[in-house]
Design a protein around this ligand. Structure first.
Ligand code: GUN
Length: 291
């Protein structure tokens, strides 16, 4: 058996086309152009690649792209002042502060200074709480992209056993919430988990979000399981958490790295920005974009 390769690149391109169509309609019908502001503090090369790519795709779907490049030694007061200014700017519908931040800046404090309605990353404490209680929120882009790929491939997820490997605030934890909201039986595994291979072997759905190349071995995968590999950036090269070559012979379906989850993340960021723009203007949210 050979697994179906889940084409995240194609799925993301389709989502971006839908976003572009909504942006065009907002523009012609209401004279509104959604705006996304991205803040990068310092010059981390990996973050620079992400931020450049986000800006390029924002423009491609017809939205305003605003970029703030700040020095690595920017003070907390200056960063918070910029966030206040963007919170108050009605032409900015989405705000993203690229993580990680330099050590002297408290990430929680900075993220929680963003207006939750403009928090297109879904990292603000109030969005986290809304997601955790099954209410309308901004949903973090990477787990949202993973969920869309899973729904696209499997249809309904009701009753499936899902294991999320990794418990980060950016991916693992919100991923588990989304799967739970979709009626999966969810296990969150992490570095202290006992018998990780055994835990993974029971799962119909595996989401690997650790950042350790090839750590998920193919003989851990339940035959026919659906495997989503979030992977990581190591230097500028993308590497998956799953032994892809081995897993492709066992899994029912698997995402490649690159070309799986990565492109979905940015497409979901653009979709979140359109949703935030509609909410800010009291307009109906585009149906079927991310749900
Ligand atoms: N750094 C790595 N991934 C992300 C993300 O999704 N959002 C932000 N803001 N920073 C990141």
């Amino acid at each position: 058996m050979t697994a179906t390769i889940i084409d995240g690149k194609a799925c993301a391109a389709k989502l971006r086309r839908q976003v572009a169509a909504h942006v065009a309609r907002l523009n012609t019908d209401h004279g509104i152009t959604p705006g996304l502001a991205v803040v990068l503090v310092g010059e981390d090369p990996v973050s620079q690649v992400y931020v450049r790519s986000k800006g390029k795709m924002t423009v491609e779907v017809g939205m305003h792209s605003i970029r703030h490049q700040l020095d690595a030694d920017t003070s907390k007061a200056d960063l918070l002042a910029l966030i206040d200014q963007m919170n108050a700017d009605s032409s900015v519908h989405g705000i993203l502060v690229q993580l990680p931040l330099p050590k002297h800046l408290d990430e929680h404090l900075v993220i929680n200074a963003i207006d939750p309605a403009k928090d297109v990353d879904g990292f603000h404490i109030s969005n986290v709480g809304l997601l955790g209680t099954g209410q309308k929120s901004m949903v973090p882009c990477t787990p949202l992209g993973c969920l869309m790929l899973l729904r696209d491939h499997l249809g309904v997820l009701d009753g499936l056993g899902a294991v999320v490997i990794g418990r980060s605030n950016i991916v693992g934890k919100p991923m588990a919430q989304l799967l739970l909201n979709d009626n999966c039986t969810v296990t969150i595994a992490h570095s202290q988990t006992r018998d990780l291979p055994g835990v993974v072997r029971r799962a119909d759905v595996v989401v690997a979000a650790v950042g350790r190349p090839g750590m998920v071995r193919s003989d851990w995968i339940k035959p026919g399981a659906t495997v989503i590999d979030v992977g990581i950036k190591g230097g500028t090269r993308l590497t998956g958490d799953v032994d892809f070559e081995g897993a492709v012979a066992v899994a029912g379906a698997i995402t490649p790295v690159p070309g799986g989850v990565g492109p979905m993340t940015i497409a979901c960021l653009l979709a979140n920005t359109v949703i935030a723009c509609c909410r800010a203007n009291g307009l109906p949210e585009p149906g079927g974009l991310t749900t």
